[in-house]
Design a protein around this ligand. Structure first.
Ligand code: SF4
Length: 87
């Protein structure tokens, strides 16, 4: 599977699929903003609409603590599979 890039950690991204085992990332911003495509080409390495998905702190142990900016950046990199910045 292709890594989703930013969509994997964005609150507007949602993983979806078809009955044949393919996986897609749906950008929910596309429903209200024509600048965004419904299924962006992956991996998305830069996006002006990116907003970090904040996990529910009441979800229990193992949930990422996103209150610290540096940890948030590490979380984004880990979730997105991004190893370097785009050229
Ligand atoms: S706003 Fe950008 S990063 Fe977020 S889901 Fe849509 S395309 Fe992906």
């Amino acid at each position: 599977m292709t890594t989703p890039g930013l969509c994997g950690a964005c609150c507007h991204g949602r993983r979806t699929g078809n009955g044949r085992g393919s996986t897609f990332w749906l950008c929910e911003r596309s429903t209200t903003d024509p600048r965004y495509v419904r299924y962006p080409a992956l991996p998305v390495l830069a996006c002006p609409g990116f907003e970090l998905r904040v996990e529910d702190p009441s979800a229990g142990p193992g949930s990422p603590n996103l209150s610290n900016r540096s940890r948030s950046a590490a979380y984004v990199r880990a979730q997105s599979g991004i190893r370097r910045e785009p050229a």
